[in-house]
Design a protein around this ligand. Structure first.
Ligand SMILES: Cc1cc2nc3c(=O)[nH]c(=O)nc-3n(C[C@H](O)[C@H](O)[C@H](O)COP(=O)(O)OP(=O)(O)OC[C@H]3O[C@@H](n4cnc5c(N)ncnc54)[C@H](O)[C@@H]3O)c2cc1C
Length: 345
């Protein structure tokens, strides 16, 4: 049986951030993920300045696609509002693998199924033993399922459903566009360009309200595709995939003795925009600090709303000036208008 002090289940942003923090503090860490990285993760890949700061990310030397937006273009019915601010996009396929490698901890490909409390630690699938356990396995995290679900049930009204596709596409408009409540959608749809000829488009809404209102997400997808075909992405072809996750509710219990849940496992995506990367990273860092520094594990500095972060970046004049001066705005390379799936890369 393999033994370690801290075992992390899941190598997404929550798990790799916890691993990075723990390794820097000298802890003996092992990370298990059922997938081999780089792996597909459905996500628009929009990240905030807080993410950049929490990860101490140097935008100039980050080796993969990273595009900085000097504004968001918000569409609300007939209203089209440019919101000046600084936000970024990455490709999760690249970003997650890079973060995990940077964490510098041993990673094994293993699908965690059984977690058994054992003395002051845990045994995982009769193959691993640890003293501390961090659940960072996303929506279907086995640590949540085994140790937290009964104490912390997820609320149906916070479940969101999405349809999304990331394609190689020679986009011309480098801004991020968001359409809110189009055709009664209880959510929004997006156009998120990535550096060097990639594009992510998608639709997301509250599952229960969609059901109650008789909405079919495929209908909203078709509407988005028609909107994009006009000006933003003529000639693009899509084959979208669905995924569901949970927005932030009253998360009561995120620690039980030596076990923690972080990121989507705890249901931490923001209530307004479903932003989950930042909360995953911050909660992963805080769980690691609880272990290495004996700090309480609290979520009070893990934001539940994205609007505050966007507002703060609106007033960061220096950052906006840097973007407008052309710092890492990215260029496009000619791509095909046909969708290429991540797994083909
Ligand atoms: C369509 C869509 C668009 C989104 N767009 C954005 C966006 O633009 N910006 C943003 O901030 N957020 C966005 N989100 C939310 C964001 O993707 C998640 O909140 C974020 O990925 C959560 O990170 P995590 O580390 O908690 O989980 P994940 O990134 O899901 O990572 C969990 C990891 O655990 C592994 N795992 C799962 N089960 C097991 C198991 N049994 N054993 C071992 N390993 C396991 C998985 O393989 C995975 O690698 C979007 C979500 C969707 C669905």
């Amino acid at each position: 049986m393999r033994s370690c002090d801290v075992l992390i289940v899941g190598g997404g942003p929550a798990g790799s951030s916890a691993a990075w923090q723990l390794r820097r503090a000298g802890a003996d860490v092992l990370l298990l993920d059922r997938e081999r990285f780089p792996r597909l993760k459905l996500c628009a890949g929009w990240i905030t300045p807080e993410v950049v700061r929490d990860l101490a990310l140097d935008l100039d030397t980050y080796p993969h696609r990273l595009l900085t937006f000097p504004r968001l273009r918000v569409h609300l019915g007939k209203l089209h509002v440019p919101v000046p601010c600084v936000q970024h996009s990455i490709r999760r396929f690249e970003f997650d693998a890079w973060l995990l490698e940077r964490a510098g901890v041993p990673v094994e490909q293993h699908n965690v199924r059984h977690i058994t409390p054992d003395g002051d630690g845990f045994v995982i699938d009769e193959a691993y033993r640890c003293r501390w356990l961090i659940g960072a396995g996303g929506t279907r995290c086995p640590v949540y399922r085994t140790l937290f679900r009964e104490l912390n049930p997820r609320a149906d009204e916070l479940q969101i459903v999405t349809l999304e596709h990331e394609i190689q596409y020679d986009w011309q408009d480098p801004d991020c566009h968001l359409w809110f409540f189009e055709q009664g959608l209880p959510g929004y749809s997006w156009y998120v360009p990535k550096e060097r000829g990639w594009l992510n488009v998608g639709v997301g809404g509250i599952a229960e309200r969609m059901k109650r209102g008789g909405h079919d997400i495929r209908h909203h997808w078709a509407h988005l595709a028609t909107t994009l075909a006009g000006r933003l992405a003529p000639g693009a072809h899509y084959d979208p995939t669905g995924y569901s996750y949970y927005l932030r509710g009253n998360v009561e219990v995120v620690r039980r003795d030596h076990a923690f849940i972080t990121g989507d496992a705890a249901g931490l995506a923001t209530r307004d925009l479903g932003e989950g990367i930042g909360p995953a990273i911050r909660s992963g860092l805080r769980a690691a600090q609880a272990i290495t520094e004996g700090k309480p594990y609290r979520l009070n500095d893990v934001t539940g709303m994205s609007v505050g972060s966007i507002a703060r970046s609106m007033f960061d004049r220096a950052a906006r000036a840097g973007v407008l001066a052309g710092r890492r705005q990215g260029t496009t390379e000619r791509g095909t208008a046909d969708g290429l799936r991540h797994r083909d890369q």
